[in-house]
Design a protein around this ligand. Sequence first.
Ligand code: PGA
Length: 257
Amino acid sequence: MNRATRKTVIAGNWKMNMTPSQTTALINEMKTTLPAEPACDVVLCVPFVDIAAAKAAAEGSVIKVGAENVHFEAKGAYTGEISAEMLVECGVEYVIVGHSERRQYFGETDETVNKRLLAGVNAGLTVILCVGEMLDERQKDITAEVVALQTKVALQGVDAEMLKKVIIAYEPVWAIGTGLTATDDQAEEVCALIRDVLAAKYGRDVAETVTIQYGGSMNAGNAQSLLSKTNVDGGLIGGASLKAADFAKIVEASNQD
Ligand code: PGA
């Protein structure tokens, strides 16, 4: 983290978990476990149908509500999709795009990720852009190339002003939901590399202001050391964001110099 130049953001990604009533119960519990004045921004990205319950339960707390995806068109014949305008009217402030599960299971490409990112940013949402290599790509030693390409294509048409509404989450696919966490140094290396990609496009000063999270089996036990790295400005948390005590510990781990 480098809180002098950029925000630290801890965001939960609930994936396809929790009904509305479960959402209310978990957020009510989190309100008792989370620090009253965290050193980071705290976000929960929840399934679309849980947004209303999450907003109501989070009212008056530090928790901000996000969605897990957004469609790129404003409206029309796109059965099953949700537009940025719909999210904004529901009080959503953040949205994830390009999660590896969307890329793997739902045919998401760098180009569609770029379109979703633009739709989110143009609607005033803060977009959490996920990038990350697969295991075989790491083994082939092409992590840097893969992550740079994903980042560059996703940011086509994004100027420095728009970039203020973008968070990047580095999520090595082999670490997601597997219990295998990248080492602190692996996380730092790729987060720094992403910042170099940003610096080449926007200049070093702008790149230093962008929040770059790590995601992939981040938990109460490893958050502190991951967040101690200069270029790791937060976390995108799957499994551990479904447990109030664990999520609170990760948020607390952001309170370090
Ligand atoms: P995980 O998921 O923390 O359960 O590994 C992270 C993510 O997919 O964002």
